[in-house]
Design a protein around this ligand. Sequence first.
Ligand SMILES: [Zn+2]
Length: 162
Amino acid sequence: MAGEAEEEHDRAAAVLASLPVRTPLPASSVRTLTPHVADLLASGWTPGELTEHWTTGLPASYGVGLLIRRVQDTRPRVRPSTDDLASQPQRRPVPPWCGECDPEGEAHPALRMVETADGRTRRCPRCHPGVVAEAEPGDQSDAAPSGLLDELDEAWAAGRAG
Ligand SMILES: [Zn+2]
């Protein structure tokens, strides 16, 4: 939110202004560098780490330019957790949407549901990832051909009549 960004901005300016160095950064440099430092803080750097990173091993007769360059050269941290998550392969490939069940299923495989004759919903036997992964390819055992029930009804009716 805007408030958070402002807070980050203020923290960044404070870090730059309070560096334990002989010659503080000029206000104009602080202004220029503040957005960059705000990004660094947002990426996981702490003010203490940044201060140490920039001030450790400074030569006795350093110029402000060197300090500014160190700040500019500092890269945002990559959060390993996010990285791991993104690089993790999917356990199973998601089958393509069959085009016949819930239209939402095209974008959200978990929503690939079909309504049964008795009004209940079940996972689409053609394209729901859970069903397709469990079933053998081409296995239609749980999807009775619609004609079969009609035939049974007719046979039953015929039997009653006869
Ligand atoms: Zn489907």
